[in-house]
Write a protein that binds this ligand. Structure first.
Ligand code: NAD
Ligand code: UDX
Length: 466
C-alpha cells in the first residue's frame, strides 16, 4: 500500500514541523496540515517567514522549499480528511482543568472530537495515526468511536509518538534516534497499515531505527521516555541543592557521573527547573494512570519528579529575595529569557513564569528580555496563572526589545533561559549600569564565574557552592 495523501489534524509544534519534514522527504506524497485555529493557519501560509507561528531553526527553509508544492496548510478539515489515505492526529492533549482527574489526567476531548470527525467524514478506508502523546490504551477508545460512528469503512489505528524536542525539532525529525510505530500485529490489515507507515519513514530513516511494537507498548513508551528524561533533570537539580550546601560544583558532578557509560552525559544540566508542554503534563498523566490502577507507590515515585521541579523554581526565586536583603519590593529585577529553553518561542510551563509570579507577589518590578518571545505572550502566561489582573501585570512587568535597556538600573539579573547570545553580552557595560552591589542569578549555569566576579558582580550559579 503506497500512500499518496496525508492529512494531519493539528498545526502546532508537532504537526507543523513533522509534516514539513515528511513533505520534504517524500515529494510524491501530498501533505495537508489542518487546524481549526484560523490565525495559526494564516501564519503558516504567510509569505513573510518571520511570521510562521513556530520558531524552530531550519523550519522556515523547509517550508519555503515545499509549501504550495506538496505541503499545504488549511482550515478545511473535512476536505483534507476525506482526501487522505492516512490521517495523523496531532492535536493538543493538555492536563485536565476540570472534573475527574483535574490537574492530572490528560484531557482527551480534542482527540475524541477528531475521531468523531474522521468517523463522520471518511468515505474510504483510512489509517488513523496517534501522533499526539496519549494515555496507554487510548487507541481502543479511538477505534470504538470510529467503528461506531463511521460509514462502514475500515480504520486501522496506529500509534506513532513523536520524540522531537523543541529548539532541535528539525534535526530530531531528520535524524531521529528511533521511530516508534505501534499497531495491531495480530491481523493482516494491521500489519499492512504498519508497513505503509514504515515505508514512509524509510525514505530517510535507516531501517534499523524504525521500531514496530504492539500499540500499548508504543503509547506507554512515549510517557516513559518523557518521565525518564524529566527524572534525570530533577535528579541533577536535587543534587544541585546539596552542591550549594557543601561546596561541590554540580557541573563537575555532572561531568564525573556522565562519563560513566551506564549513566551517559546528556540531560544532566542543573537548571532553574524544567518547563515545556510535555514533561509535567506527561508525568502527571502517568501518575494518574498508576493511581487509577491502584499503584500508589508507583504514582508517588513519579510524582516526586514534579515536586522536585516545583521546589527548584521556588528555591530560585526565594534565593533572589533573601540575597537582596530579604526584600525585592520596588526593586527592578532584569529577566534574561522567558522561553522554556533556547531556540524556541514556546513558553509553556517555562520556569520563568513561576519565578516571575513569585517575585511579583513580593512586589518586585520585572524587566524582561527574550530574543524570540513576544510581550503579548508573556502577559498571557501571567494572566493564565491568574495571580493578578492584566493591568497590574503591565504595571509591574515590562518587556524590552533591547537587553541592555532591560538590565539598566536593576538590583539583580536572573538568567532564566540559556540563549547563546547571553554569553556574548558586554557584561562590563551591564555592570556599570546596575545598582550596586550588582547581583547576577544564573539559573542555567551559562556564565563563567571567575570572569563575572572579576567584573564585580555578586554571582549565584545553580549548584555552585562557595
Ligand atoms: P499545539 O497546542 O502546539 O498544537 C495543537 C493544535 O491542534 C492547535 O493548533 C489546535 O488549534 C489544534 N486542534 C485542537 N483540536 C483540533 C481539532 N479538533 N481540529 C483541528 N485542530 C485542532 O500542541 P503540540 O505542542 O503540537 O502538541 C501536540 C501533541 O503532541 C500533544 O499531545 C503533545 O503532548 C505531543 N508532543 C508535543 C511535543 C512538543 O515538543 N511540543 C513533542 C512530542 C509530542
Ligand atoms: C521533551 C522531550 O525531550 C522530547 O523527546 C519530547 O518529544 C517532548 O518533550 P522538550 O520539552 O521540547 O522535549 O525539550 P527538552 O530538551 O526535553 O527540555 C525540557 C526542559 O528540560 C527544558 O526546560 C530544558 O531547559 C530542561 N532541561 C533539559 C534541563 O533543565 N536540563 C537538562 O539537562 C535538559
Amino acid at each position: 500500500m503506497q500512500i499518496k495523501s496525508i492529512c494531519c489534524i493539528g498545526a502546532g509544534y508537532v504537526g507543523g514541523p513533522t509534516m514539513a519534514v515528511i513533505a520534504k522527504q517524500c515529494p510524491e506524497i501530498q501533505v495537508t496540515v489542518v487546524d481549526t485555529n484560523h490565525a495559526r493557519i494564516n501564519d503558516w501560509n504567510d509569505d513573510d517567514l518571520n511570521n510562521l507561528p513556530i520558531f524552530e531553526p531550519g523550519l522556515a527553509e523547509i517550508v519555503t522549499e515545499v509549501r504550495g508544492k506538496n505541503l499545504h496548510f488549511s482550515t478545511e478539515v473535512d476536505k483534507a480528511i476525506d482526501e487522505a489515505e492516512m490521517v495523523f492526529i496531532s492535536v493538543n492533549t493538555p492536563t485536565k482543568t476540570y472534573g475527574k482527574g483535574k490537574g492530572m489526567a490528560a484531557d482527551l476531548k480534542y482527540i475524541e472530537l477528531c475521531a468523531r470527525q474522521i468517523g463522520r467524514v471518511a468515505k474510504s478506508d483510512k489509517i488513523v495515526i496517534e501522533k499526539s502523546t496519549l494515555p496507554v490504551r487510548t487507541a481502543s477508545a479511538i477505534k470504538s468511536i470510529l467503528d461506531n460512528t463511521g460509514n462502514g469503512v475500515q480504520f486501522q489505528i496506529l500509534s506513532n509518538p513523536e520524540f522531537l524536542a523543541e529548539g532541535t525539532a528539525i534535526q530530531d525529525l531528520l535524524h531521529p534516534d528511533r521511530v516508534l510505530i505501534g499497531g495491531n500485529t495480530s491481523t493482516k490489515e494491521g500489519e499492512q497499515a504498519m508497513q505503509a507507515l514504515v515505508e514512509i519513514y524509510e525514505n530517510w530513516v535507516p531501517k534499523e531505527k524504525i521500531l514496530t511494537t504492539n500499540v500499548w507498548s508504543s503509547e506507554l513508551s512515549k510517557l516513559t521516555a518523557n518521565a525518564f528524561l524529566a527524572q534525570r533533570v530533577s535528579s541533577i537539580n536535587a543534587m544541585s541543592e546539596i552542591c550549594e550546601k557543601t561546596g561541590a560544583d554540580v557541573q563537575e558532578v555532572s561531568k564525573a557521573i556522565g562519563m560513566d557509560s551506564r549513566i551517559g552525559p546528556k540531560f544532566l544540566n542543573a537548571s532553574v527547573g524544567f518547563g515545556g508542554s510535555c514533561f509535567q503534563k506527561d508525568i502527571l498523566n502517568l501518575v494518574y494512570i498508576a493511581k487509577s490502577y491502584g499503584l500508589n507507590e508507583v504514582a508517588d515515585y513519579w510524582e516526586q519528579v514534579i515536586i522536585m521541579n516545583d521546589h527548584q523554581k521556588d528555591r530560585f526565586s526565594d534565593n533572589i529575595v533573601s540575597t537582596l536583603y530579604n526584600t525585592v519590593s520596588g526593586k527592578k529585577i532584569g529577566f534574561l529569557g522567558w522561553a522554556f529553553k533556547k531556540n524556541t518561542n514556546d513558553t509553556r510551563e517555562s520556569a520563568a513564569i513561576k519565578v516571575a509570579d513569585n517575585l511579583l507577589n513580593e512586589q518586585a518590578y520585572i524587566a524582561v528580555y527574550d530574543p524570540k518571545v513576544k510581550a503579548e505572550q508573556i502577559y498571557k502566561d501571567l494572566e493564565y496563572i491568574g495571580s493578578r489582573s492584566l493591568e497590574e501585570n503591565k504595571k509591574y512587568l515590562e518587556v524590552f526589545d533591547n537587553p541592555y535597556e532591560a538590565m539598566k538600573d536593576t538590583h539583580g539579573i536572573a538568567i532564566l533561559t540559556e540563549w547563546d547570545e547571553f554569553k556574548e553580552y558586554d557584561w562590563e557595560k551591564v555592570y556599570q549600569q546596575m545598582k550596586k552591589p550588582a547581583f547576577l542569578f544564573d539559573g542555567r549555569g551559562i556564565l563563567n564565574k571567575k570572569e563575572i566576579e572579576n567584573i564585580g558582580f555578586v554571582y549565584y550559579n545553580i549548584g555552585l557552592g562557595n
